[in-house]
Design a protein around this ligand. Sequence first.
Ligand code: G4P
Ligand code: NA
Ligand code: NA
Length: 190
Amino acid sequence: MQLLKDRILTDGVVKEGNILKVDSFLNHQMDIDLINEVGKEFKKRFDHCPITKILTIEASGIGIACIAAQYFHVPVVFAKKAQSVNLDGAMYTTKVESFTHKKVYDVILSKKFLGPEDHVLLIDDFLANGCALLGLIDIVKKSGATLEGAGIVIEKGFQSGGQTIRDMGIHLESLAIIDSIADGKLAFRE
Ligand code: G4P
Ligand code: NA
Ligand code: NA
């Protein structure tokens, strides 16, 4: 998505450890006009899919998912992150190990809001090692819902998440894929 790539080049800031800061337009301050275009693009790429629900994970995914949902006209449900709490049977739970943040946390979702009748589109801001997305995929599996695919705004193509998820046969659409960050310079995948 050219508009997004241009914006990353203009306003993205590369930090130590291959971290790309996009907090001026995507995941802290949010440029709603840009995210509207992101939502339209997700709709275009998953237009043939019978999606009934968009699933994301707190926190940064929520705003993006909500704007995208206006084009799909389906509810958004977001999984919550919890520090190993006592979970009762009314929740789907899965453990996520974040390499980025070096910690393990539970991802939880009420069983009320996802079931076998659902066709799910996953949406998130970043895909790096993919632990967060794999957690959501596990929750979809536990719910018996059909996974239609995953829409990611920025994929770090030099980390393993994208490959892992494509190898699972999942329809993954990343609107900008960064193949390398060398000397502070970004290279996008064509
Ligand atoms: P991981 O397995 O390495 O933990 O990677 P994963 O793809 O699950 O991403 C973990 C978290 O790190 C995600 O946020 C993701 O958005 C964020 N992240 C990874 N690489 C970058 C980057 O280069 N720039 C920015 N800005 N974020 C990055 P999260 O833990 O789900 O938290 P939240 O921000 O959504 O609350
Ligand atoms: Na995120
Ligand atoms: Na994030």
